[in-house]
Design a protein around this ligand. Structure first.
Ligand code: NI
Length: 163
């Protein structure tokens, strides 16, 4: 296993929509296990492939001892709204309250290419929604007020220059 480098905002690759995964084999499994390892080491609850510079529709999540691998996801229904603090491994040290659906229906493939169609709620629905956004080049700051967004943008750009 290998620890991958996580791209940090404002890296332009984070804004690119990802491609569908079409090959299920050893190479994909290696990527999944490297992404899981990277997520654990970074103490994240979710990590999307574009965050490690791989433009594929794939994310991993770790929640309450469960490991989730989600490929080519499509959120087909959303219900309700919940607000909670959220962070992102591409925005180290930044946490903001974000509104997300309380319950979602999601269709996806697992790492063996098996189809799933599930209702997910609570915190896991939040993670799935956040990570699915990454696959479309959307970031959690896009859900904040323009004022907060511009504050974070300035803070992160300043940080990028000083690193
Ligand atoms: Ni994120």
């Amino acid at each position: 296993m290998a620890i991958l480098d996580i791209l940090v905002y404002p890296d332009p690759a984070l804004r690119e929509p990802a491609r569908e995964v079409t090959e299920f084999g050893g190479k994909l499994k290696k990527l999944v296990s490297d992404m899981c390892e990277t997520m654990y080491v970074s103490k994240g609850v979710g990590l999307a492939a574009p965050q490690v510079g791989v433009p594929l529709k794939l994310f991993v999540a770790d929640w309450e001892g469960g490991k989730y691998v989600v490929i080519n996801p499509e959120i087909t229904e959303t219900e309700g709204e919940e607000r909670a603090d959220e962070g992102c491994l591409s925005f180290p040290g930044i946490y903001e309250e974000v509104a997300r659906p309380g319950r979602i229906r999601i269709r996806y493939l697992d790492e063996d290419g098996e189809r799933h169609d599930e209702m997910v709620e609570g915190f896991l629905a939040r993670v799935y929604s956040h990570e699915t956004d990454h696959l479309n080049g959307k970031l959690f700051i896009d859900n904040l007020s323009p004022l907060k967004r511009s504050f974070i943008r300035k803070k992160m750009s300043k940080k990028a220059r000083s690193d």
